[in-house]
Design a protein. Sequence first.
Length: 756
Amino acid sequence: MKKVMMILKIILILSFFILFFTHSDSVKNIVQPSDTEKKIKLIIAGDSNFRPFEYIDENGQYVGFNVDIMKAVAEAMGIEIQFVPMAWANAIAALENGEVDAIQGMSATKIRKAKYLFTQPTIIQSHSIFTLKDRVDLNRIEDLKGLKVAYQHGDVLEEQIRQMPHIIPVPYSYQANCLDALLAQEVDAFVGNKQSAIYYLNSINRIKDVRIIEEPMNETTYGPATLPRNSFVYNILEEGLSTIKLDGTYDRIYRKWFGDVLSSGYFIAQNFIRYTAIGVTLALLIVLPLSIWNKQLHTQVAKRTAELENANKHLREYQEKIYRLAYYDPVTELPNRILFMEKVNEAIAKMEHGRKLAVMHLDLDRFKYINEHLGYDTGDEILKLTGNRLNELVGEEGFVAASGGDEYLILLNNTTDISKIDSMADKILKSYSNYFGYKDYKLYMTASIGIAVCPDAGMDSSTLLKNAENALYEAKKMGGNSFFKYNEQLSERVRDNLVILNELRQAVSRKEFVLYYQPRYDLATHRIAGMEALIRWNNPNRGLLTPDLFIPLAEETGLIFPLGEWVLREACLQNKKWIDMGYEPKRVFVNISARQFLDDNFPDTVSNILRETQLDPKYLGIEITESIVISDIEHTTSILNQFKELDIFVSIDDFGTGYSSLKYISEMNVDEIKIDKSFIWGLENNKKNRAIVKTIILLAQHFNLLVTAEGIETENQLKIVKEYGSHLGQGFYFSKPVPAEELENMFCQQPYKPIG
C-alpha cells in the first residue's frame, strides 16, 4: 500500500511538471487606434516566416514576438502601425528604397550599424550550425568542407557563409525552408538563427532529429532598424520601447513567446521533461496494478534532473546577459536609456520641495565623419572615451548614461541653484577644447546639449527626455558647440510642429500638394528662358502654405524623400506636356534639399524619373544651395559628374551666403550661379552689395558660368544687374510664382517691357 501511495504522489508531481512547463503567459490585448485620421502612421516591414519572431499563422494572421512588440509600441505612443510581411531580402530592399519606414527586427552587426539606425535591442540573437542527429562526422565549422550548407537569403551571416572555403552554399527564402531541407536530407547542414530554428523544430516535433554543433557562429543584439535619415521614426520607436520596458509590457510579451529563457538548453530540457513526464506517467499507470518499482525509473529521473540542472545553468547565464542587454549600452558599457529613466523617476520621487533637477541630452557634432574616415572601431573607442570624460566631469553630482549612437544622457540631481546647471553644461562644452587621443590620432570635437529642468519642463522621465531632445535640436540649429534650455516658447513651437507634421504625413498620401512656377527671364531677349518649380501645400485647414512652413519638418522626418520625388516627377511631367503642346522648349528648375542630394541613390532616382516622364534631360535643371556643395566636396563632385553624364543643368542657389570659392565651384560640373536675393535687395542703397554683385558676375563670366539674379523687385534693381552683365533675372518684378495654367498664358504674351 505504501508503494501505491508513493507512486500516486509521483504521478501528481509529474502531472504538475506537465502543466507547469507547457504553460504560457498571455499578453495583454493590444488594440489598434480607431481614429487613424489623427494618428501618425508608420509602415513596418518584417519577415513573413521567421518563427517565433514574425510569421503568418494558419489563420492568415501576422503574429509573433516582434509583431506584439510593435503593437505595444503603437499603443504606448498613440500611433498606427501598418505591417508589411515579406521575404527577408525583400524587406531590406523595401527599407532602402523608402517603401517602408522601418524593419521591426534586425541583427545589429557592425556592418549594418554603418548603414542602418538601430533602436535599443529587444533580444540577443545567436547563430549556430544544425545537422541531423546521426551525422557523427560534423562537430566543427571545419567539418563543413565539401558539404551542402543551407542558409536564409539576406541573413546577417550570408557573406561569411558564402566565403567559407570548400562548402556548397544553398540559399533559401525562409529559414523554415532551410530546416525542412535539412530534415529531408537535401542539405548536410544549416547555419542560421538558433532561437528561431529551435522554436520551429519544436513546433513540428522534430527537435529530437537534429543536433546543434555547440560552436556559436556569432551573437548580436536584435531589434527595430530604420535608415539614418529617418530620425523621426527612430525617436518614436526608441521612446515606445523604453515605455513598454518600464511598464512591464515587454516582459509579458517576452514570456508569452519564450517562457523564461531563450536558449537551446531550455527548449531541449522542456521537451525532455514534458515527454518524459508523460511517458513515465503512462508507464506507472500501466505497472500500477503490478506495484513494480525498479531502478530504471530512478536512473531516468536522475538523468532528466541533471539535464534540467544544466538547462538552469544556461538560464542563469542567459539572464545575466539579458540584464546587461536591458540596462547597459554594449559599446560604452554605460547605463542605457532604460536605466537612466528609472534613475530620473527615482530622483523625482525623492526631490524635495523647492529643489530642481536637470536632464541633459548631449550629441557629438559631426561624429559620422570619424566613422566614415577613421573606421567604426575608432568611432567606438571615441564613444568610450567620451563616456569616461563625462563621468569624470559630472562625478557624484549626477548620473551619466548612453542613449545610443553618439548621444549621451546626464542627470543633475537635487539643486536649488539653476546657474549650476548652466555651469555644468558650459564645463562639458569647454572640455572638448582638449583633444581625444587614440592611437596616432588627436581628435578635436564639439558637442551640442539640450537641457530640460524639472519641474518646469516636466515631472516624469519621458516628458523630461522628450523636452531635452527638443532643446537639443535648437542647440544644433545654433551651429553646434552650444547648449539650449527648454522653455514655454519652445513647447508651443513643438506642439505646433507636431500638429503640422501629422497633417503633413497625411498630405503626402492625399496628394494635397501643387506646383507653382516662377519664370526666369533672359535679360538680353526679354523673354522667358525657363521656370523654377516651387511646391505649395493646399492644406484644408490652413490654406495655401509656402515651403518654409513645412519643408524643414519634411527634411527632419524623412518625408522629404517621397515629397522631393513627387516635385521632380510633377515638374518633368508638366514640362514635357508643354513641349508636346508645341511651346518653345524651356528648362524647368527643381530645388533639391540637402538630404536628397546627399543620398547615394539620388542620381538613379533622377534618371528613372526622366525615363518615366520621357523629358529630355537638357530641359531639367537642378538647384542646390552653396552650403550643400561645400558640406561634402567628394560626394558633391561625384554626384555632379553623374548629372553631367545625364546632360542635366546644375545651378548653385543662394550664392554668396556661404564660404565657397567661385574658382573651386567652377572646377566642378556646375553651369550657373544664382546670386542670393539678399544682395539684390540692397543694390539701390548699399555700395557694398553693389561691389559684391559686380565682382561675382565678373568672376562668373571669367569662369564661363551663367548668372541669374534672383529676387529682382524693382526696375532700378533690374537696371543695375543688367548693367553689370547678369544673363538672367527672376523675381516679383517679372512675376510672382503662378499655377501652371497661368504660366502657360504668359508663354503667349509679349516679353516684359525693356528698360529705357
